[in-house]
Structures are given as structure tokens and as C-alpha cells.
Design a binder for this molecule. Sequence first.
Ligand code: HEM
Length: 352
Amino acid sequence: MLEWHELYDGGSVEAEQKIFAGLADQMLTIQEASRRKTGSDQPDRTLHAKMVAGVTNARLIVDEALPAIFRVMHFQPGATLPVAVRFSNASAIPQPDFAPDMRGAALKIGLDGDDVHDLLMTSYPVSHARDARQFVEFAVIAQGPRETFVERLVASFGEDEAKRMMDNVQEASRPCPSLATQRFWSRGAILWGQMPVRFDLRPVAQNVPSASAGEAPDFLRAELASRLASGDVLFRLALQPFVSEKETPIEDASVQWKEDVSAPVEIATLVISQRLLDGEEGKKQAGVVASMAFNPWNAPASFRPLGNLNRVRGLVYGMSAARWQRGRPAKVVVDGIDTPGRMDEDGPRLGD
Ligand code: HEM
């Protein structure tokens, strides 16, 4: 029997929810500050504002040899699952693709009926933040004047923690020459049936993009478009099972689950098939994905997100999306994938 556990901030689910409500308000303040900075009438996603590419008709093909322990609900040997994919730059304000930043990959798996299963990842294996409080405090500090950033970070977290976070963010913001050669990690754990796992997407493409690729503000999209014009772009989805609270902690997202401790098990292939990304159909699909709200809590209970950093996300993403989705169509259905539609003003609450 594996010994893993969740620890609630403040000692109970209710106390943690109260803390999360305060953190969510701070994230909304950041969303509003970004709206003012960009001079827009409409708020955007609080993070990952720039969509680099979006497709509605990717497929996840589950391996025939899927190990029994990972056979959960729709993840069954040989299953083909419809998937929408949104690639993004992580910052709150859209920037040129060559600016230091992380990349995001958000998958929305269409299930029977209206249900979806979202898998969200970024391009660095481990979070700068141990938990939700650190994540939000760092985001608030990062919003302030650049000249005093380090000073304020040290005042808040102490020298060692501030250095650890800055090193992490600097390393994570390294240039990305191509989305098709980029690896993406969940960073937090989720339940996979009975087993806590972290997951990642690893690129199948190995060839290097052209040397001039990185000079234009939207070069990542152009680079992906040129690959997709001549063939499929593939990734493998892998799971890292929980080993022990010491080596693969649930609650501390700043600790890497090392691959020599928990070897990743590849379980499925994500196929983005050959296409004209900038053709009429490609643009239509991009428009649909731009209107989709992703949330790690859009998941059946068997795939519940775990850990404090992940638990806060249900509330924060819901509240952020309720604002940027205001005024958008309530629901769009394309290629069998339903977008969850516009949410209520306050967004969904955990436990709803
Ligand atoms: C565990 C590590 C995390 C990963 C891998 C991750 C990944 C992502 C990705 C890929 C997106 C873009 C979704 C899209 O394409 O629409 C996103 C958006 C976002 N993330 Fe995270 N994230 C993490 C942690 C957090 C935390 C801890 C918070 C807040 C406390 C947060 C706040 C947000 C917000 C507000 C958005 C925008 C949601 C929306 O408005 O639709 N993220 N994240």
C-alpha cells in the first residue's frame, strides 16, 4: 500500500478554501492590472494570455500495451480520444515569442456527453512555487517595479528561497526554438485511478528548426505551421508514478520527481495531423480554441488534481475565465469537443 497524503493549508478543507478565496482575489487584481497595461476593454487570461497555436482535431492514441494500473475510464488500450490543443506563452501580457518566457500546452480531451478532461503542462519540470501562497505572492511581487524586484522577493521569502525561485524562473524561461521539439510537464500531481502521478508530453520530432526561425514576433506559430504543412507533429504522453512522500512529494510542487526515482511510462501518442495551420479551417479551429477555458479541475474524479498548488487552480482558473469569457458565446461544439461555455460571474467553486 502506497503511503501518500494531502495536507490542507489551515488544517481543513474549509480553512484552505478561505485562504484560496483571498489568493484568487489577488490573481484577479493581476488580471485587471494586465488589462489596464494593454489598454484593452476586455480582460484576458490572467496567465498564458498569448495563444501561439490552437487546433480542435488532434487525437490521443492510447498504447495497446497500456499497463493495467493506468487503465482508467477512457484511457484503455487502443482507444483514440479527440483532443483540442492550445499552445501558449506563459506571461500575463502577450509578448514576442523570442522574449524570455515559458510555454504552455493545454489538452482538452472530449469524453462522452458534455464531459471533458483537461491536461495542462508548462515547459519546465518543476515549479518555482512550493504551494499556492508562494505562487501568488511571487506573481504579485513580479507585477511591481523591476528595479526593486529582487529586494522585495528577498524581503518576502528570505535569501535562500528567493534565490531558488529566481534560478528556477530564469532557467525555465530559456528560449524555445520550436513547439514541436519542446517537452512539457504537469509539475503538480494528479490522481490516475488509485495512483498519484505527474505527467509529461515529450516531442517525437528531433530535427532542428531553421536558423532564422527565432527572429519574428510570432515565429513559433510559423515554425509549427511549416512542420504541419509537410507532416504530422507527434508527442508521447508519459506518466511518472508516486514513489514516496520524501522523493515524490504531493504537496511540494518545487521538488522534481526525478526520473531515476520514478521512471516515466509512455502511455499514448498525441497526433496533430498534417494541415495548413493558416488556412481557412486552421483559422476557424484557432478561433474555437481561443474561446475554450481550460482548467485542471475539468476532469473526472478518478483524475482529481492533488496538492495545494493544484487545489487552488480550480477556483483561480474559473474566476479568471469567468471574466475573459464574459460576452462570449455560451457554448461551441466542434469535432465532438464541447467547450465548457461561459461560467457564472464568480466562477466554479472547488467541491461544486
Ligand atoms: C502546477 C503547475 C501549473 C501548470 C503546469 C500550469 C499551466 C497552465 C497552462 C498550460 C495554462 C494555459 C491554459 C490555456 O491554454 O488556456 C495556464 C493558465 C493559467 N494558470 Fe496555470 N499552471 C500551473 C499553476 C498555476 C497556479 C498555481 C496558478 C494560480 C494560483 C495558476 C494560474 C493560472 C491562471 C489564472 C491561468 C489562466 C486561466 C484562464 O483565465 O483561463 N497556474 N496554466
